[in-house]
Design a protein around this ligand. Structure first.
Ligand code: NAP
Length: 246
């Protein structure tokens, strides 16, 4: 039977590629983001190309009052939901000491608290259904903080840790948790992403995520090559080498 998959942060980039990947696999989709125009265009494309059901909803995950009602209303429309992917995220760069702590707050409210809000609603539904899979999109920066992007790195390291705790808490309850660590991906999350080392196409990343989620993997590094070798090694690199890379 085909699955029902909710993707939060589906209007472009990895999220839109995940929507295309799951539509090609025949999934029923619930897509959320702030840009409803982009979601409407994507939904039309997926219905036309794959004949799948696609429901959309506007959501700013940083709006903590909105997350539960919007997610619940979408899940009510869709019925049983098999997979919820917390993918919404923003990147930010700033120089420590410039006083712009508001920028750090914005990043953490979106990437960490926004994801936790989405995941909490999903878990409540999955507990009632007695099945479901939570997927959280973390980052390479969860392995090693990236200079100039401390808040982003911290938000992703914390998200990884949160999901690890959740996986243990939910084990044996029919609810899976998959933590995804992408390497660099050619999207519009930041300028010139295509110039970063080993930057991958979002379609390839989406395919590997969907494959790993289908296998119920606890943790994924995508794309597998070369990042499965590089990411764990990042923890061991001396600061001087990290500084040269970034
Ligand atoms: N690209 C990379 O190299 C890379 C590497 C590691 C991890 N990641 C992670 O992968 C995820 C997707 O990134 P991407 O590269 O595909 O970025 P992207 O192209 O900028 O897409 C980000 C998505 O998140 C949504 N989003 C952002 N803020 C939101 C908010 N407040 N509420 C709801 N949705 C929001 C955006 O939609 P709206 O703007 O329409 O709301 C968009 O759909 C992020 O969590 C990112 O941290 C990316």
């Amino acid at each position: 039977m085909s699955q029902t998959v909710i993707i939060v942060g589906a209007s472009r980039g990895i999220g839109a590629s995940l929507a295309r990947e799951y539509a090609a696999r025949g999934a029923t989709l619930g897509l959320l983001a702030r840009s409803t125009g982009a979601l409407e265009t994507l939904a039309l494309e997926l219905r036309q190309n794959h004949g799948v059901r696609v429901e959309i909803a506007a959501l700013d995950v940083a709006d903590r009052e909105a997350v539960a009602p919007v997610m619940n209303s979408l899940m009510d429309r869709l019925g049983t939901v098999d997979v919820v992917i917390a993918n919404a995220g923003v990147l930010g760069w700033r120089k420590a000491g410039d006083g712009n702590v508001a920028e750090d707050r914005r990043i953490i409210e979106t990437n960490l608290l926004g994801a936790i809000g989405v995941i909490d609603v999903a878990v409540a539904r999955f507990k009632a259904q007695k099945h479901g899979q939570v997927v959280g999109i973390s980052s390479i920066s969860a392995y090693r903080g990236i200079p100039g992007s401390g808040a982003y790195s911290a938000s992703k390291a914390a998200l990884t840790n949160y999901l690890e705790a959740l996986r243990l808490e939910l084990s044996g309850k029919g609810i899976g948790v998959t933590i995804v660590h992408p390497g660099f991906v050619k999207t519009d999350i930041g300028p010139n992403m295509e110039k970063y080392p080993f930057a991958a196409e979002p379609e390839k990343v989406a395919r590997e995520i969907a494959n790993g989620v289908a296998r119920g993997k606890a943790s994924l590094i995508v794309p597998g090559f070369p990042w499965r070798l590089i990411m764990p090694a990042l923890k061991l690199l001396p600061d001087s080498v990290m500084k040269k890379i970034f």
